[in-house]
Design a protein around this ligand. Structure first.
Ligand code: HEC
Length: 121
């Protein structure tokens, strides 16, 4: 008996105040376009971010963020003063991670880091 009590109460409310319940569903007060929404009437206002990473950037972002992010490459006391040192860091760090990178991958990441941060000749 207890379990049907809420249903009985709701029934009573509906019988006594039918107009009010219908009023909740009446959409006459809503702006008319709400009722006429079409899939393409919702224009995307925010343009997707153009993210076109180079291969070097993708390799770097995928593998090298574990320990340091890019701040490492703009620190004041950088240990990279020559391109060969940058190459060396890329070599030892990719080995450390057991990435089995070849010249292609190491060159791409070295190029990416140099163009973006070090700008060494
Ligand atoms: C295991 C942790 C770790 C990972 C993973 C790692 N690094 Fe590093 N990296 C360091 C640490 C620690 C330093 C600072 C070393 C120092 O001061 O001698 C550093 C410094 C560097 C520097 C020199 C920064 C500067 O200007 O002095 C370069 C370049 C670099 N990392 C490249 C990479 C690349 C490329 C990868 C991905 C293949 C990578 N690292 C992944 C720990 C890591």
């Amino acid at each position: 008996m207890k379990s049907i009590l809420p249903a009985v109460l709701l029934g009573l409310v509906l019988i006594i105040f039918p107009g009010d319940v219908v009023a909740l569903n009446r959409d006459g007060n809503l702006p008319s376009h709400i009722n006429n929404l079409q899939p393409d009437s919702i224009k995307q206002k925010v343009q997707p971010v153009q993210y076109k990473p180079t291969r070097g950037q993708m390799l770097y972002e995928n593998h090298c963020f574990t320990c340091h992010e890019c701040q490492m490459h703009i620190r004041a006391n950088t240990k990279v003063k020559k391109l060969s040192q940058l190459r060396y860091f890329v070599l030892i760090h990719s080995r450390e991670l057991k990435l089995q990178w070849g010249d292609d991958e190491r060159d791409a990441v070295t190029k990416y880091l140099n163009e973006r941060y070090y700008k060494l000749p």
